[in-house]
Design a protein around this ligand. Structure first.
Ligand code: GDP
Length: 359
């Protein structure tokens, strides 16, 4: 790819792999190429197309994901070149898939549906030229008309979704109030993709520190009911992760998926403290948090992956000097009890706050 931003191609592809994993795909390999300018027809060069084609057929690959946004023409040409039923998609489509799976509120679903349709609109040609080919070119021209019809349908849907979003936003408070009656405090996990949120979620419920309520787990795979040894319990919920290279067209949809955290009792910010860009990632998360309606919600920061840093002792001392920071290794369980104690401590504060608000 012709990436010209902060992140190296390798780093960006690594993140793309993590996103594919989050979307439920099994990644079998990756490749990249340095070109001065992307090939206008196929994005990558013809030699690279041939190389991927043979690998794809040897391995039985179903999907090829490109790290940058492809033009509708490039998408079509690549699918044609790879042949078979190989599906080609780009980073934007993959992220939209994840957002769609994870949208937890009505507003988030609408915002993601809107982004999906806006993404589809210029890409409609693809479907119909396929059909024309299958019909041996006999219906030439019919596809054209159908594209126009479909575009009109999409534009209508976009209009309807925008209106609905507007009305949902106006009545947001109403929607919220209906959901406030949760008898158990809700703790939201936020942080970059790969920070270790789901590992933490699984460790807390699996390692015996906390007990998992399986009935509840089947209702929503990203929320667990966790019970402390002293009998106190809370709901721990994972949010869709931050992404280094988030296409600008998806910013609104991403924020909408985070809206739900404004209803939680505590926001836990998970950081991969071993990451070379940890500080920048923390700033980026804090910036988005400050723009959401969460300023009154208590926060706790988790420095995760302490097992990976060169001097864990020094890091722990640093954390002790910070306010509301705990060091953990979600992988080996180090610091999890301290984390739970800190959550308890924070929730105590929030209970006082809730009582004060609704005497
Ligand atoms: P999420 O995207 O925030 O949910 O991150 P995951 O929980 O999927 O973790 C991403 C990767 O980091 C996985 O390969 C985990 O095994 C790894 N990981 C998570 N926590 C730790 C940790 O404490 N130490 C180490 N060394 N690796 C970890």
């Amino acid at each position: 790819g012709a990436t010209v931003d902060l992140f190296s191609i390798e780093e960006s592809l690594k993140e793309l792999g993590q996103l594919a994993d989050t979307a439920g795909l099994l990644v079998v390999g990756s490749t990249h190429q340095k070109l001065d300018t992307p090939n206008p027809r196929t994005y990558i060069g013809s030699g690279k197309v041939a190389e991927i084609k043979s690998a794809v057929h040897a391995l039985g690959v179903e999907t090829v994901i490109f790290d940058d946004e492809l033009s509708p023409g490039q998408l079509r040409n690549l699918e044609k070149s790879f042949g078979g039923d190989v599906r080609v998609c780009d980073r934007t489509a993959l992220i939209l898939d994840i957002f769609n799976q994870r949208a937890a509120t009505h507003e988030a679903s609408l915002q993601v549906a809107l982004a999906q349709r806006e993404y589809q609109l210029p890409r409609l040609t693809r479907m119909w030229t396929h059909l024309e080919r299958q019909a041996g070119g006999k219906v030439k021209g019919m596809g054209e008309k159908q594209i126009e019809v479909d575009k009109r349908i999409l534009r209508n849907q976009i209009g309807v979704l925008k209106k609905e979003l507007e009305s949902v936003r106006k009545h947001r408070k109403l929607y919220r109030n209906r959901r406030v009656s949760v008898p158990v405090p809700v703790v939201s996990l936020v942080g970059y993709t790969n920070a270790g949120k789901s590992t933490l979620l699984n460790q807390l419920t699996g390692a015996g520190v906390l007990a998992e309520d399986r009935l509840f787990a089947t209702l929503d795979p990203t929320t667990r009911r966790v019970q402390m040894k002293n009998g106190n319990e809370f709901l721990l919920t994972d949010t869709v992760g931050f992404i280094q290279k988030l296409p600008t067209t998806l910013v609104a949809a991403f924020r909408a998926t985070l809206e739900e955290i404004s209803e939680s009792s505590l926001v836990v910010h998970v950081v991969d403290i071993s990451h070379p860009l940890a500080e920048q990632q923390i700033d980026a998360v804090n910036k988005v948090l400050s723009e959401l309606d969460v300023s009154s919600i208590p926060k706790l920061m988790v420095w995760n992956k302490v097992d990976k840093v060169s001097d864990p002792q020094k890091l722990k001392l640093e954390a002790e000097n910070e306010k509301d920071v705990v060091c953990v290794s979600a992988l080996n369980g180090d610091g999890l009890q301290e984390f739970c104690n800190a959550v308890q401590e924070k929730l105590k504060d929030s209970m006082v706050w809730v009582e004060a608000l609704f005497p």
